[in-house]
Design a protein around this ligand. Structure first.
Ligand SMILES: Nc1ncnc2c1ncn2[C@@H]1O[C@H](COP(=O)(O)OP(=O)(O)OP(=O)(O)O)[C@@H](O)[C@H]1O
Ligand SMILES: [Mg+2]
Length: 262
């Protein structure tokens, strides 16, 4: 089972979008996919058409119950089936209460590995995709400890090389101290506008990382992404050239994941 966390402590870099589209692309390839919303903003939950305010048991209950005595709420107790893009995947939803876990977990035993432990019960999936919040919080650390692969979506417009170096440093520390099995699948540049000089420059700066980590071709900026959310469509339903190119890149990432599973 591949556990892939989409991580970047910077906000709005395409983490949720990447998890959303990868989940049905992988589902269509015949893989059993579990998507975990590990962000209290719960954007992944809403992207799948569920209002986070209506989520009565979510990832907060799973993590919280693990830190307490008594009966545990399992991941499989809270998952909901989602039909999307011609695939059926499972979602472990969240709501705003998940933020409390960043405090609750502070006093928990083995606080960085609670998610890893709760995922030990989960074995009926080929791929677990974890959408993280935009901070290096305890929740995000839990994702880094539970995962065996990390995908780092970065925005080509407002790239922060410093932020990326800090993330690499954190990943190295996690590898050294908490999770030897952690590997970086790659950096995925998103929202690329090829006519923007600053974006071209940032893509060049990113390519300097390619000695140490895979840098995927950029997912283009496409108005289709906003439309898809509004109209509940997927990359397979939209016709624009930029959306088709975006699909190609996401399919490339998905093929790499499939190779790791099989
Ligand atoms: N290739 C793209 N073209 C156009 N818009 C995009 C593209 N990818 C993502 N977006 C849009 O960019 C915004 C931010 O994306 P997203 O929510 O996936 O980022 P995030 O990293 O999950 O944010 P946060 O850090 O708040 O969790 C969203 O409105 C999304 O629809
Ligand atoms: Mg997000």
């Amino acid at each position: 089972m591949i556990k892939l966390a989409c991580v970047n402590q910077k906000g709005g870099t395409g983490k949720t979008t990447t998890v959303l589209h990868l989940s049905y692309i992988l589902g269509r390839k015949g893989l059993k996919v579990l998507a975990i919303d590990l962000d209290p903003q719960a954007h992944l939950t809403s992207a799948f058409g569920i209002d986070p305010d209506t989520v009565e048991v979510g990832m907060d209950d799973v993590l919280e119950s693990y830190t307490q005595k008594g009966e545990r709420t399992k991941v499989t107790d809270i998952t909901v089936p989602i039909t999307v893009g011609g695939a059926e995947i499972m979602l472990a939803p969240s709501n705003a209460y998940l933020e409390r876990l960043n405090i609750t977990l502070l006093n928990a035993l083995a606080r960085e590995s609670v998610l890893s432990s709760v995922l030990e019960d989960v074995d009926s999936f080929d791929v677990v995709l974890i959408d993280c919040q935009p901070t290096l919080s305890i929740l995000t650390l839990n994702a880094l400890v539970a995962a065996n692969y990390i995908l780092i979506p970065v925005e080509t417009k407002g790239l922060s090389v410093q932020g990326l170096l800090m993330l690499f440093d954190t990943i190295e520390q996690v590898k050294e101290k908490l999770n030897r099995n952690l590997q970086i699948l790659g950096i995925l540049p998103v929202r690329y506008q090829k006519r923007l000089k600053s974006a071209q420059k940032n893509l060049e700066r990113l390519s300097s990382f390619s000695d140490v980590v895979r840098v995927y071709p950029p997912v283009p900026e496409s108005a289709a992404f906003e439309e898809m959310i509004e109209d509940k469509k997927t990359l397979y339903d939209v016709e624009s050239t930029t959306a088709k190119r975006a699909l190609k890149i996401y399919e490339q990432v998905a093929s790499d994941i499939v190779k790791l599973v099989r």
